[in-house]
Design a protein around this ligand. Structure first.
Ligand SMILES: [Zn+2]
Length: 82
């Protein structure tokens, strides 16, 4: 399915795979236990949807908390303090 892959944008700052833009803003998605995902907006929405579905599937939505994009910290992708 090479053609399908060509159509997909890849944001190299993003940990997800649902990117629609290669240079969109990415933010820090805390996943618990001190670890994070760095996700673009579309992957963020996808992660929240995934968690929503998991919470419903297991009937334990409190175990699958979703994170609000607008409240999240913007991940600095600039070449700063590296
Ligand atoms: Zn993404």
């Amino acid at each position: 399915m090479l053609n399908q892959e060509e159509k997909m944008a890849r944001n190299y700052n993003c940990d997800g795979s649902k990117c629609i833009s290669s240079n969109g803003e990415v933010r820090v998605y805390p996943t618990g236990g001190g670890s994070n995902l760095i996700l673009c907006y579309n992957c963020w929405a996808n992660e929240n949807r995934y968690r929503f579905n998991k919470g419903r599937e297991y009937k334990r939505p409190e175990d699958w908390p979703q994170v609000d994009w607008v409240k999240a910290r913007v991940y600095n992708t600039g070449d700063g303090d590296d």
